[in-house]
Design a protein around this ligand. Structure first.
Ligand code: GNR
Ligand code: NI
Length: 169
């Protein structure tokens, strides 16, 4: 097991488009284990491989109160089921310390593969719908700050850049 380094905005590597997972091998199982360890340690409720500089379509998540419900989504696709948008105050381990309201489709179907490659479909609303869409954005090189005004995003960028400068010196 290993803790992985989480990239932070505005790191350009967070803009990389993830490629589909094709091999459901031992190496994939190790990456999944390391991603869970990193997510629980952070702590966070989800983690996309992009955030740990692995550019594969791979997401781990645990939305349970007691951290007993690990979920893996490989090569996820979503279908929007409702025109109704849902607003949620989002945060991100790659944008530490900042929370802003984001509006996303409220009800979706997720089709993905599990760690063994088996396909499944789940209907999602509420936090699960928010989280999977937030994580799938990471796989497309997108961050929740991209939904904010240029002014808000730039303010966050300057603050994090300053923090990174201080941490490096
Ligand atoms: O831990 C996280 N919490 C969170 C809260 C509201 C909306 C989305 C999230 S995901 C985030 C972890 C993360 O950055 N995943 O990419
Ligand atoms: Ni995130």
């Amino acid at each position: 097991m290993a803790l992985l380094n989480i990239l932070e905005f505005p790191d350009a590597r967070l803009r990389t488009i993830a490629k589909p997972v094709t091999e459901f091998d031992e190496k994939l199982q190790t990456v999944i284990q390391d991603m869970f360890e990193t997510m629980y340690d952070a702590p966070g409720i989800g983690l996309a491989a992009t955030q740990v500089n692995i550019h594969k379509q791979l997401i781990v998540m645990d939305l349970s109160e007691d951290k007993t419900d690990p979920q893996v989504f490989v090569n996820p696709k979503i279908e929007v089921l409702s025109d109704e948008d849902f607003d949620y105050e989002e945060g991100c381990l790659s944008v530490p310390g900042f929370y802003e309201k984001v509006s996303r489709p409220g009800v979706i179907n997720i089709t993905a593969q599990d760690a063994t490659g088996a396909s499944f479909t789940v209907k999602a609303d509420g936090l699960l719908a928010v989280c999977i869409q937030h994580e799938m954005d990471h796989l497309d090189g997108k961050l929740f700050v991209d939904y904010l005004s240029n002014m808000k995003r730039n303010r966050i960028k300057k603050k994090l850049e300053k923090q990174h400068r201080l941490a490096a010196s």
